[in-house]
Design a protein around this ligand. Structure first.
Ligand code: AMP
Ligand code: MG
Ligand code: MG
Length: 308
């Protein structure tokens, strides 16, 4: 089956298996007790041994199976030999049973750009807020996020010994998203999910303008999109620079695959071609339903402060 499947579905199937290996690496680093924390631009921008090992694992594994794709990972790492133990060349065959949408069936490997956030929510990982952490592999074609994998290595970690630890969510535009149960916040209820460690006056002014009944402050872009698709929050509002393309590519593809929308704070679509600026300078706005309502509430003062 795999040899006849097209490159997009094979890449998603490989990304799923690679993300599961990444989850094991993430848990192993935590249980080793030595996180190897390095400050990048400051105390709110951290890198751990898990970020480093997982990026090596994901990028080397995918490059081995798909030598022509462009891979862009968050971490700036020295080029060095990667141990075989970090490499995963298996694929999750279940994904190959789905038919690739016709518009993606002739994609060539070299036309795909893969955005990798080896650990999203690193600050929360170092603080023991383990279910905020995700591993993000986003796939773009012609500048658009078309498929993605989100692994949550600590899903169920407080649910008792019998619960399966960790899960992988995947999605492709035109196919759907899988690995979770789609739920919506009740109509008319406005629950905003936003950053817990990168707040600012602008971030809070924008949230206030939405007039939500509740605000949830959690780490991670992947985690916040999971809240939207599982009915825990109705909008993700982040009126600030800080999120990068590797934070939004996989979450955007999965949200769009179930009919939601993710853009910058102006409502402009993000581009994911290989030469695009990494920083999402004009923030993030996302919702599963009623995106236009949230978009209409963003104050002009916030828009003027955030130049794309
Ligand atoms: P948060 O919602 O604060 O967890 O942010 C979501 C993603 O964007 C995480 O990967 C953060 O590291 C990143 N991010 C957001 N704001 C900043 C910032 N000011 N500096 C560095 N990274 C940021
Ligand atoms: Mg991130
Ligand atoms: Mg990261």
């Amino acid at each position: 089956m795999s040899s006849t499947s097209n490159v997009l579905m094979r890449l998603v199937a490989s990304s799923y298996a690679v993300a599961e290996k990444a989850a094991t690496i993430t848990r192993n680093v935590m249980s080793s007790g030595d996180l190897g924390i390095v400050e990048k631009t400051g105390a709110n921008d951290l890198q751990t041994a898990a970020d480093r090992l997982v990026q090596k694992s994901i990028c080397t594994s995918l490059a081995r199976t798909f030598p022509q794709i462009t891979l862009i990972g968050e971490e700036d790492l020295p080029t060095e030999e990667v141990e075989e133990a970090l490499i995963e060349t298996a694929q999750y065959d279940e994904i190959l049973k789905y038919t690739c949408p016709q518009q993606y069936s002739h994609i060539k490997e070299e036309e795909l750009v893969v955005w990798v956030d080896p650990l999203d929510g690193t600050k929360e990982y170092t603080e023991g807020l383990l279910d905020h952490v995700t591993i993000l592999i986003g796939i773009a074609y012609k500048g658009k996020a078309i498929a993605g994998v989100i692994n949550q290595p600590y899903y169920n970690y407080q649910a008792g010994d019998k619960a399966v630890l960790g899960r992988t969510i995947w999605g492709v535009l035109g196919v759907g998203a899988f690995g979770f149960e789609l739920k919506e916040v009740p109509a008319g209820t406005h629950i905003v999910t936003t950053t817990r460690s990168h707040s600012s006056k602008l971030v809070n002014d924008c949230i206030a303008a939405v007039n939500p009944g509740k605000v949830i402050r959690v780490g991670g872009a992947g985690n916040k999109i999971i809240q939207l698709i599982e009915g825990q929050a109705s909008a993700y509002v982040f009126a600030s620079p800080g999120c990068k393309k590797w934070d939004t590519c996989a979450p955007e593809a999965i949200l769009h695959a179930v009919g939601g929308k993710l853009t910058d704070i102006h409502g402009n679509a993000f581009e994911y071609h290989k030469d695009v600026k990494h920083m999402n300078s004009a923030g993030v706005l996302a919702a599963l339903r009623n995106f236009d309502y949230y978009s209409s509430r963003v104050p002009d003062s916030v828009k003027q402060a955030l130049v794309p």
